[in-house]
Design a protein around this ligand. Structure first.
Ligand SMILES: [Zn+2]
Length: 254
């Protein structure tokens, strides 16, 4: 039952993330005007705003103009619902669920925006950093130093990687947005989990990037949206970071 509640809560947050994903890259306000169909401008009525259910009821079409609604909307809602449920399963109700839930929402919005526009807007990464600071001040003041260290580790690792990329390929392979994103994630995770985020993110990026090159779609050193890989690395590091460290140490120190 509590998983139904958290899934519903998560998909409601996902519904708000859809507004963020649509409007922030266009430089629009996320508060006003209220939600409307991007095709015909018809305002969304309250009962049409229920996550997932309304998409099913409307059969994926605007009730005004009949234009299909992008599958991205229900996908983001369901995705945030699942993330919230997994975090509840891992941490139970409490401060960690809140803090990592906020991070998961930021990462989901940034990943989708990065895939669509190849950009990670400052408006979200910087707001995310401020949120991390606020949440730490409110709920776990003893973590402040760890938080700052995590932010620096994130900035440092990605900054270093950008430098290596420039030396290898003689051009920018990594945007400043990726560096800022890693700094923001670091504030939420603290230094150890940020290193975990970096290693797992690079691993996933290499796997998927390599697969794309083999499939013939891209060449080495081409700019890739790195945000989703960092986001995936961060979530895996949150959920299974300690296990991964122990497994790694058992390999190094027999
Ligand atoms: Zn419409």
């Amino acid at each position: 039952m509590e998983y139904v509640v958290i899934f519903a809560l998560g998909s409601a947050v996902g519904s708000f993330l859809n507004v963020v994903i649509h409007r922030v890259p266009r430089g629009e306000s996320i508060v006003r005007p209220g939600s409307h169909c991007p095709k015909c401008g018809r305002p969304i009525r309250p009962f049409e705003n229920i996550p997932l259910l309304s998409y099913v009821c409307l059969r994926g079409r605007c009730s005004g103009c009949g234009e299909p609604i992008s599958w991205r909307y229900p996908a983001v809602e369901a995705g945030m619902g699942v993330l919230a449920a997994v975090l509840l399963w891992r941490f139970g109700w409490g401060v960690e669920l809140l803090i990592y839930g906020v991070l998961a929402a930021l990462l989901l919005a940034l990943s989708v925006i990065d895939i669509i526009t190849y950009r990670l807007p400052n408006r979200i990464t910087v707001s995310g950093a401020v949120l991390a600071l606020l949440l730490t001040l409110l709920f776990r003041r003893d973590h402040l130093l760890m938080m700052a260290a995590g932010g620096l580790v994130g900035l440092g690792l990605l900054g270093f990687m950008g430098l290596v990329g420039r030396l290898l390929f003689h051009k920018e392979t990594l945007g400043m947005g990726d560096v800022k994103l890693a700094g923001m994630i670091g504030l939420f995770l603290g230094p150890l989990r940020t290193v975990g985020m970096f290693i797992v993110g690079i691993f996933i990026g290499a796997l998927i990037g390599g697969a794309l090159v083999l499939a013939g779609g891209r060449g080495w050193g081409q700019r890739i949206p790195f945000g989703p890989y960092l986001a995936a690395g961060a979530m895996i590091s949150i959920l299974w970071g300690e296990k991964l460290w122990r497994w790694y140490l058992s390999l190094v120190i027999p």
